[in-house]
Design a protein around this ligand. Structure first.
Ligand code: NAD
Ligand code: GLY
Length: 369
């Protein structure tokens, strides 16, 4: 029997539900429920669309025969998270004749979610967005919390808006087609939640490695729900990242610098993807914390060992220069008054934001690998 979907509620000024379970993309009434108007734009990428777009369109149309549905498919990969594709998505909304009560449905991973969400934030100064995440990373992180953005050559996510979705519908059945490398990338963000504030979850992840890597449904559903509960609690207290939401960026300043320095690639190339870059970044943040005397090296080792056990990279790829990485880190959105502001930790489950981090210590860590 198919288990009932789990639901995580995100509270605050603009509350919305996250539904998690198998088969949800076939549930027309669930997909149609958050839609207010007559227009829907389905945004996806050219790997996800052939697998799932028609299913979603059929289910939606059956539930809402009056709905005018168009689609917009971008090339898969981080290289599509650009102002150019943002513009093309807006053109698709114009072509649809989308009015202010239109809904953008983002069917894909974090790239589609961030791009489509940003288009929804800007079309007619903001229309609804429903996130239909299809990667583990998008289910546990990017579809929740309303951060939308595109990249510039100078840095990741430099142009964007906070625009919470009307609903997040995570069909865990689609994880069966997710390449193993992308599953592992999502698990890096899952491990992040243990690292920033939940040592018991960190231990659970140590014990559940085989089940999670094998794609065990129950273990994955548990990992997704726990991660969403963490993210929901943080973003409802701090939706605009004035404070504690920054903790969700453990490893991200280093990781984004790696992603920017290597160039935003197509899928499956040798470059680290986002989750992999975050894995390396978390180890660098832990090592910096130890160097600054904030944490024990045993915690760095435990984090590195867990990431390695999940098949994730833990060192900076060859060929990336420490000085160039530091230059990219200076353009991070958390920085204030030209000072490096990083998420570091005092050990597993005890992350904190540290303002004005000494650049020479950061360089030492970057040079050490
Ligand atoms: P992605 O969107 O590039 O997806 C990874 C690959 O998997 C793509 O090739 C995609 O086509 C393919 N794919 C997706 N679902 C599939 C499925 N079910 N079956 C088969 N193939 C599938 O990458 P991602 O890791 O999901 O997201 C990374 C992006 O998310 C980055 O741009 C990152 O900056 C962003 N992000 C945003 C937030 C946020 O809060 N907004 C948080 C974390 C990450
Ligand atoms: N992924 C970081 C955040 O949503 O704040």
């Amino acid at each position: 029997m198919t288990p009932a979907p789990r639901t995580v509620a995100v509270g605050g000024d603009r509350p919305y539900p996250i539904a998690i379970g198998p088969g949800l993309l076939d549930e027309g009434p669930r997909l149609a429920d958050p839609l207010r108007g007559r227009h829907a734009l389905l945004v996806s990428d050219d790997r996800v669309a052939p697998l799932y777009l028609e299913r979603v369109r059929r289910a939606l149309q059956a539930a809402r025969p009056d709905l005018v549905i168009a689609d917009h498919v971008i090339p898969a990969g981080e290289a599509s998270k650009t102002l150019q594709h943002f513009g093309a998505t807006l053109q698709a909304l114009a072509g649809l004749g989308a009015t202010r009560d239109a809904t953008v449905l983002a069917l894909g991973g974090g790239v589609v979610g961030d791009l489509a969400g940003f288009a929804a934030a800007c079309w007619m100064r903001g229309v609804d967005c429903v996130q239909l995440p299809t990667t583990l990373l998008a289910m546990v992180d990017s579809s929740v919390g309303g951060k939308t953005a595109v990249d510039l050559p100078q840095g990741k996510n430099l142009v964007g808006a906070f625009h919470p979705p009307r609903a997040v519908i995570a069909d865990t059945g689609v994880l069966r087609t997710l390449p193993p490398r992308e599953l592992r990338a999502g698990l890096a963000e899952v491990i992040k939640y243990g690292g920033i504030g939940d040592p018991a979850f960190f231990q659970w992840l140590q014990a559940q490695r085989d089940a999670l890597l094998a794609g065990d449904d129950a273990a994955l559903a548990q990992a997704i729900a726990r991660s969403c509960e963490h993210k929901a609690a943080i973003v409802e207290r701090d939706p605009l990242e004035k404070g504690e939401r920054a903790l969700l960026n453990l490893g991200h300043t280093f990781g984004h610098a790696i992603e920017t320095a290597q160039g935003y690639g197509a899928p499956d190339n040798a470059n680290l993807n986002h989750g992999e870059a975050v894995a390396v970044g978390m180890v660098l943040a832990a090592r910096l914390s130890a160097l600054l005397g904030m944490a024990d090296t045993a915690d760095t080792d435990a984090l590195r060992d867990l990431l390695l056990a999940y098949g994730l990279p833990v060192t900076i790829p060859a060929g990336l220069e420490a000085d160039a990485l530091l230059a990219h880190m200076r353009l991070d959105k958390k920085n204030l008054a030209g000072r490096l502001r990083l998420v570091l930790w005092r050990g597993i489950g005890k992350a904190e934001v540290v303002p004005d981090v000494d650049e020479s210590a950061v360089l030492a860590v970057l040079r050490g690998g």
